[in-house]
Design a binder for this molecule. Structure first.
Ligand code: MG
Length: 243
């Protein structure tokens, strides 16, 4: 899983390095595919059949811009100055999965968008610190929601984080909201993909006609970060660390 995660990190760092306004999201997908191929891994999202869409996902990464929450399909769309761009990458290597996402701010963004971005990143980092043996699963959920609320943001309720390993999406589902102290007791050896999705406006989302792209119903900006965290005797280990 470390090796799969390392390829995800390589892709995210490369995209962070080259990403700029004017670039098409399709181009970013090609860059990702090249790296995944070079490392003899398989893009985990390509051909993925979700529970909502009947159509398999056509690309290797998800690129979700502004009011798009997750699962945006790369296209000829050009990234613009002021965009918030979320990139989600999944790979399979040697029977194990890696999965992580980062959001990037393009040039000058509004102060509100920057606050949303910071809150989402902090929600991820603060919730990772809850990943200790003996804690309860919903301690993670509660931490994410609390950080969102601190700045008056909402969390997406229809999509969740997840366990990860020999499947990309394993039990347990990790809600981004709820009271602390509920759900399974966390144990060392678990690997969790924690993925806060914070909205500037209301939490409601809908899926576009393409069968995949999730957008906020009110059209306001959404932000997404995701890391894979292994619980260990040394505390939480972030397998997808990019800084
Ligand atoms: Mg995920």
């Amino acid at each position: 899983m470390r090796k799969a995660a390392a390829i995800v990190v390589e892709v995210l760092l490369k995209i962070e390095d080259i990403l700029k306004p004017g670039m098409t999201t399709e181009y970013l997908n090609r860059v990702a595919e090249k790296i995944i191929d070079k490392r003899h891994a398989v893009p985990a999202f390509k051909g993925y059949k979700g529970s909502i869409s009947k159509k398999p996902f056509p690309s290797s990464i998800c690129v979700s811009i502004n009011q798009e929450v997750v699962h945006g399909i790369p296209s000829k769309r050009e990234i613009a100055d002021g965009d918030l761009v979320s990139i989600d990458v999944g790979v399979k290597l040697g029977g194990f999965f890696g999965d992580a996402a980062r959001s990037f701010l393009m040039g000058e963004v509004s102060p509100d968008v920057r606050r949303l971005w910071t809150a989402t990143k902090e929600a991820l980092h603060q919730s990772i610190r809850k990943c200790n043996k003996g804690a309860r699963l919903s301690d993670i959920s509660h931490c994410i929601e609390s950080r969102a609320k601190k700045d008056g943001f909402s969390v997406v309720r229809d999509f969740v984080g997840h366990g990860i390993g020999r499947d990309m999406h394993e039990e347990p589902q990790i809600l981004n909201y709820g009271p602390p102290g509920k759900g399974p007791v966390l144990k060392n050896g678990m690997v969790l993909a924690i993925e806060p999705m914070l909205n500037m406006g209301a939490s409601a989302v809908k899926v576009l006609k393409d069968g995949w792209t999730v957008v906020t119903k009110d059209g306001k900006t959404s932000c997404h970060f995701e890391d894979m965290v292994a619980l260990s005797e040394h505390g939480p280990l972030v397998l997808t660390q990019t800084c």
